[in-house]
Ligand binder design. Structure first.
Ligand code: HEM
Length: 487
């Protein structure tokens, strides 16, 4: 078979890819050497801005299959019959470090899922943790600054991490989770995923339910100790990427059983915890898990840059029958992601293959036009305004989700506290659930970081949070921190 001819970007044949053109033998380069100039210039433009968080990640395609009837709770098309399959793309990630970090570190993991449904793409952008550190999006940039590299030292600093947490008592629950045994997953296959936030489902009758998603790994939860994690991260920075890629290449397709917790909308106001507070879970005894389906990953992307680096997930990509709750964090995220994509990938990022909806054969059926790299085949010569008299696409008139009840006055309000709401109760509950051994490792992990903080007042504020969660928890962390600081 004859080999393909090497071409320039404009498709013309390249005569020599080993020697650039010079003025005479041994002379300087010629400006007319289009191939050299184009090659160097193109190379300079290979990188795009990395994600401001979750920069490091791995992705795979697969499908979601409905195993249980949930049509009493939502009219979402992709959930409307048992056995129905929907293609998905899932990107896993670490949160805090830059692209050049390592996989096997103590950090939450992203679990970002795109369902290519017949009614548009539904993005569920979650983590491997059911809760989060903060409950107001206004704090997110400060929180992330404290976790990422310090402006002076250029590396992550326990001082900054714990200083932020000293001022964020609501983080105590998530800190207890992160510093516990699940803080360093053995691989992306061996961890659960959570939607974390409360979302809203609406059924055919217009009734609303609040919903939380749980993806339980069928590979079993497996984690690394602090020592194992440090060793693996040092030996193979790409351990999770390699594991996922190789498992799928071998046909060992990872899967998750998908469950939901459902709360009738009328329960929300009087529930003992604020159901829209992302630092809290709904105990399963209050709202048991109900199985919905199965998620399977069975295909690796062919090109990591095109499909993983350019993947764009946004919590505001809902489909009819699913909508947001009033969770302030979620509401903040409804803005932040598409904004990030417009900066990082451009306004036409939804036209890239990994992000393009499959519900519409030839591109979004709307009146958005032009912009950098516009390539929406649907647009062509069609009218670019609405309403029009030329059979352009029209609205359905059907609300996408039930309306949310609101009351009161505008203002910078704290989220309402419910009867059992405080920053520490659920952190204490989580601690008390742990085995004696796990408690020991949790305390050692916390003390390892907190003891490195130089300022006593920062240490004391953090200790007070663990004392408030559970007397034994507080005492053990305090003893361990004091012992390490006296060394
Ligand atoms: C108000 C709070 C938050 C803000 C403002 C925020 C903002 C962002 C931004 C700007 C990105 C980068 C997007 C990109 O460039 O592609 C991102 C990525 C991500 N965030 Fe958040 N985030 C918040 C909270 C959360 C929470 C609570 C979760 C999980 C429950 C989460 C999960 C993720 C994941 C999984 C990614 C990576 C998505 C991917 O794989 O491309 N974030 N976030």
């Amino acid at each position: 078979m004859s080999k393909r001819v090497l071409t320039t970007e404009s498709g013309a044949p390249v005569a020599d890819n080993q020697n650039s053109a010079t003025a005479g033998v041994g002379g300087p380069l010629l400006l007319q050497d289009q191939h050299l100039l184009e090659k160097l210039a193109r190379f300079n433009r290979e990188r795009i801005p990395e994600r401001v968080v979750h920069a490091r990640g791995s992705g795979a395609y697969g499908y979601f299959e409905v195993t249980d009837d949930v049509t009493d709770y939502t009219y979402a098309d992709f959930l409307n019959s048992v056995g129905k399959r929907t293609e998905v793309f899932l990107r896993f990630s670490t949160v805090a470090d830059n692209l050049g970090g390592a996989d096997a570190v103590r950090d939450p993991r992203g679990f970002a899922l795109k369902f290519y449904t017949e009614e548009g793409n539904y993005d569920l952008v979650g983590n491997n943790t059911p809760v989060f550190f903060i409950k107001d999006p206004l704090k997110f940039p400060d929180f992330i600054h404290s976790q990422k590299r310090d402006p002076f030292t250029g590396k992550q600093e326990p001082e900054n991490v714990w200083d932020f947490w000293a001022h964020a008592p609501e983080a105590t629950h998530q800190i207890t989770w992160l510093m516990g045994d699940r803080g360093i997953p053995a691989s992306y296959r061996h961890m659960n995923g959570y939607g974390s936030h409360t979302y809203q489902w609406t059924n055919e009758q217009g009734e609303a339910f609040f919903v939380k998603y749980h993806f339980k790994t069928n590979q079993g939860v497996r984690s690394l100790s602090a020592e194992q994690g440090a060793e693996l991260a040092g030996k193979d920075a790409n351990s999770h990427q390699t594991d996922l890629l190789q498992a799928i290449e071998r046909g060992v397709n990872p899967s998750w059983t998908v469950h939901v917790q459902l709360m009738p909308a009328a329960d929300a106001a009087d529930y003992r915890f604020n159901p829209f507070d992302l630092t809290k879970v709904w105990p399963h005894k209050d709202y048991p898990l109900q199985r919905v389906g199965r998620l399977v990953l069975d295909r690796n992307p062919e090109n990591v840059f095109a499909e993983v680096e350019q993947a764009a997930f946004s919590p505001n990509n809902f489909v009819p029958g699913i909508g947001p709750s009033p969770d302030k964090m979620l509401q903040g995220r409804l803005f932040a992601y598409a904004d990030a994509h417009r900066y990082r990938l451009g306004v036409n990022h939804t036209q890239l293959a990994v992000n393009a909806p499959k519900a519409v054969a030839d591109g979004a059926n709307n009146y958005g036009r032009d912009g950098v790299m516009a390539a929406n085949a649907y647009a062509r010569s069609r009218k670019n305004y609405e309403p029009n008299s030329f059979d352009g696409p029209v609205e359905t008139g059907r609300p996408l989700a039930a309306p949310l009840a609101v009351n009161g006055h505008t203002g910078t309000h704290e989220a309402p506290a419910h009867t059992k709401d405080d920053d520490f109760f659920q952190a204490g509950e989580l601690y008390r659930l742990m085995s004696e051994d796990e408690k020991g490792r949790l305390v050692a992990n916390i003390a390892g970081g907190l003891s490195q903080v130089s300022r006593d007042d920062i240490v004391e504020k953090n200790l007070a949070h663990f004392h408030a969660a559970d007397a034994d928890y507080g005492k053990r962390v305090e003893d361990a921190v004091r012992a390490l600081r006296e060394d």
